[in-house]
Design a binder for this molecule. Structure first.
Ligand code: GUN
Ligand code: ZN
Length: 445
């Protein structure tokens, strides 16, 4: 067992009150390995209330620091690490001019391995401990990312990107080497083999990963839906309704579906643990489909501002009531730092602010990148599954140690904070990687 004394930030248990944070100003966090060798929270609360119960433990006193749940990044692309900050008129030219040429390079094991290592180290350095990530269309890239996450003992979900059309041949899924199968069939067989190899191993999970409807043939989407039906426990990840030109294209390719997002439902790709990045240009029927299917939106505010895609409609999402959480969307997104993503989410919500003055509270913003994102991923402890993104008893002990004195302005501003909201806002607005003094992973205390 280990014990840490510091201020401790966590989220209420329970669905409705769940977006509310509490800060134990002088707290104790006790962690211990469970039967599977994973460190989980054994006790958490006020130091004075708990200290006698754990008096035999030596306590690491983190004076002036805040322990907070590790961040959960619901959507990003590891093969895009080297194209961050590549400006384009919009999504489709950005994909064509930067993304596809770069992703071709990930058919090499070595290239994939070094990028995977850098990518995961950068996430951890920024305080992200759980990630749902796109690989490229090569099995090499998927294996490299899983291997590296396993080495870092990180909770990571990824899968083979499915894309059998509308991009240069070098970036698409490859046909069988002996010519016995075309790229579509081979991509589905490869997905199944990778799923069998990695899903549920250590802290890893598999996501069936159609890139987006325009890059997949009917056969490929159909096969992905069949694979999902055979494996109800795996994740599904894709993109939807990010950009107006993309939507026009998707509608032309799948005219029989009611809407772009309905295309995924028509192929059996909307359900619990299905995560759709962006979800900007939806109507209320689309939002009801999100809600009723149990799918979740990965909101990517830095990416949406950078590529000029639009603004996620928080008011409509809450009115209809579907699940969502925050994501960096590296490399369309501009920062690995959850603080930058949270600040951008605030700007996006301000843009959509209604006349009633609705905007996002700092507790709700922080929740979207921790406990809320974990819930949207189905990683909040329901049905005996692991819980991350929070520091309640039983949660996996992934956490960050924040130093509110990390910069002169942070020190000055947080010192003057008169409430939890003021403190969280100060960190959201002024924070970056310097605020994250340490990232602690459940299995490597
Ligand atoms: N839509 C399809 N592929 C991508 C991608 O790589 N990034 C973003 N932002 N949108 C996409
Ligand atoms: Zn993306």
């Amino acid at each position: 067992m280990k014990a840490y004394r510091a201020a401790i930030l966590r989220f209420a248990d329970g669905s409705e009150s769940g977006r509310a944070a509490t800060l134990e100003e002088d707290g104790l966090l006790v962690v211990a390995p469970d039967g599977a060798g994973r460190w989980v929270v054994q006790a958490v609360g006020s130091y004075h209330a708990l200290k006698d119960r754990f008096s035999a433990l030596s306590v690491e006193h983190l004076q002036g620091r805040i322990i907070a749940p590790g961040f959960v990044d619901m959507h990003n692309h590891f093969p895009q690490i080297d194209i961050v900050g590549s400006p384009a008129e919009g999504l489709l030219p950005w994909l064509e001019n930067y993304t596809f040429p770069e992703e071709q390079r990930f058919s090499s094991d070595e290239y994939s391995a070094q990028a995977a290592r850098f990518f995961l180290e950068e996430l951890l350095r920024n305080g992200v401990t759980t990630t749902l990530t796109f690989a490229s269309c090569s099995t090499e890239s998927v294996n490299a990312l899983f291997c590296e996450a396993q080495r870092q003992q990180m909770r990571l979900i990824t899968g083979l990107c499915l894309m059998d059309r509308h991009a240069p041949v070098g970036v698409l899924n490859r046909a069988a080497a002996d010519g016995s199968r075309n790229a579509t069939e081979q991509s589905l067989l490869d997905s199944e083999a990778l799923l069998q190899k990695w899903h549920g191993r250590d802290r890893l999970g598999y996501a069936i990963t159609p890139r987006f409807a325009p890059s997949c043939s009917d056969d490929q989407l159909h096969g992905a839906g069949e694979l999902a039906a055979r494996h109800p426990d795996v994740w599904i990840q894709s993109h939807v309704a990010e950009n107006r030109d993309e939507i026009t294209w998707a509608r032309a390719l799948f005219p029989a579906s009611r809407s772009y997002i309905a295309t995924y439902a028509d192929f059996g790709l909307m359900r619990n643990r299905a995560v759709y990045a962006h979800c900007i240009h939806l109507d209320d029927d689309d939002r009801a489909l999100m809600r009723d299917s149990g799918a979740a939106a990965a909101v990517c505010p830095t990416s949406n501002l950078f590529l000029g895609s639009g603004f996620f409609d928080y008011a409509a999402a809450d009115r209809i009531g579907f699940q969502y959480g925050l994501a960096s969307d590296i490399g369309g997104g501009t920062s690995f730092s959850p603080f930058h993503t949270m600040l951008a989410a605030y700007y996006v919500a301000r843009e959509g602010q209604t006349k009633q003055g609705l905007s996002l509270s700092p507790q709700h913003i922080w929740w979207q990148h921790t406990a809320g994102a974990a819930k949207a991923l189905g990683l909040d402890g329901r049905q005996g599954r692991p819980a991350v993104g929070n520091l309640q008893v039983g949660c996996e002990a992934d956490f960050v140690v924040l130093n509110p004195q990390a910069t002169p302005l942070l020190a000055r501003r947080t010192e003057r904070a008169n409430s939890l909201d003021e403190l969280l806002f100060a960190m959201i607005v002024l924070g970056d990687d310097r605020l994250v003094e340490r990232t602690v992973i459940s299995q490597a205390q």
